[in-house]
Design a protein around this ligand. Structure first.
Ligand code: UDP
Ligand code: MG
Length: 299
């Protein structure tokens, strides 16, 4: 039987310490399951040895493909570029640092063959991550679940398999502040989880400092929910009805401060949405490619 092409997309930001091992493990897994495959490494503006290593790997094997960005556009943009260029009937998205065990891809492919268009990897446990990261991540997924109108599965990152059908829809979703795991949920089709234990990073440090984590969390919330606007309405309403109940001087001061706070919070929430509209209205590309290796755009 002629098997269908599987594309694996791997975003990389300063990953010189893991690049070779990552490619080796992925090849071993992909060789074992017998599908023709391509590995699409996206160098998200790393200026360390990452690009050199990727070019070597691509030179030895033309199933290894490289997309290099002109600068750091962020993890979500890197994954987007990989999906844009992937030619597979199924596309697997996986982190470079081997925290997502490549061996799970075998199970994902099995479920895909059963007819699921999206197989997402759900973290049962996280190893070797700080207490703060585990607690903040867990809290974030639950808050997002509360706020969002799209059902976005909790404890699920971008490690997943998506069928070409879902990928085609994603390719046409060019929104700027991207929260891909939410966008994939939004697309629909048949989606199924596989559980796994998140490993420790193979080498190097996390490339997701607090600032990037907060940005991703805010993108998740503001791109998938209008409830923060509702919240500012409720706050305002609450402030207005509570003020006439108070008459003493100090209480009036308190009311003024309280009202000021409510107004600032509300303006801040509005600002988040308006900033995103502004970003969208500029219509800039999601990423800029400096160099491509082994990519044929004749799909
Ligand atoms: N990454 C990226 N661009 C960035 C930050 C991260 O392409 O600006 C990649 C990184 O190389 C890795 C994946 O995104 O393959 C997840 O990053 P990391 O493992 O550092 O995040 P963590 O697992 O600590 O949340
Ligand atoms: Mg990681």
């Amino acid at each position: 039987m002629h098997k269908k092409l599987v594309s694996v997309v791997i975003p990389m930001y300063y990953e010189e310490k893991v690049a070779e091992e990552c490619c080796k493990r992925l090849k071993r897994v992909m060789d074992s399951c017998g599908y023709p495959y391509e590995l699409i490494f996206v160098n998200d503006g790393s200026r360390d040895g990452t690009q050199g290593i990727l070019e070597q790997l691509a030179g030895r094997d033309n199933r290894v493909k490289v997309i290099a960005f002109s600068r750091n556009f962020g993890h979500q943009a890197a994954v987007t570029a990989g999906i844009d260029k992937a030619g597979g009937s199924a596309i697997v998205i996986i982190d470079a640092d081997l925290q997502d065990p490549p061996e799970l891809i075998i199970e994902m492919l099995r479920l895909w063959e059963q007819g699921y268009e999206v197989v997402y990897a759900k973290r049962k446990r996280r190893k070797g991550e700080s207490f703060f990261k585990r607690v903040s991540a867990s809290l974030f997924y639950r808050v997002l679940d509360m706020l969002s109108d799209t059902r976005i599965p909790v404890d699920t990152g971008d490690f997943r398999l998506i069928d070409a059908k879902a990928a085609d829809v994603l390719r046409n979703m060019r929104e700027k502040d991207r929260f891909l795991r939410g966008m994939v949920s939004w697309v629909g089709f048949r989606q199924v989880p596989v559980e796994y234990e998140r490993e420790e990073r193979y080498a190097g440090e996390t490339k997701y400092p607090l600032k990037k984590m907060i940005k991703l969390a805010l993108d998740g919330i503001f791109s998938f929910s209008y409830k923060p606007l509702k919240l500012s309405q409720y706050l305002g309403f609450f402030a207005v009805i509570s003020v006439p109940l108070i008459f003493t001087r100090d209480a009036i001061m308190a009311a003024v401060v309280f009202l000021g706070g409510v107004q600032l919070i509300s303006i801040g929430i509005l600002g988040e949405y308006i900033g995103r509209i502004h970003e969208e209205s500029k219509g800039r590309p999601l990423y800029i490619i400096e160099k491509e290796i082994n990519i044929d755009d004749e799909k």
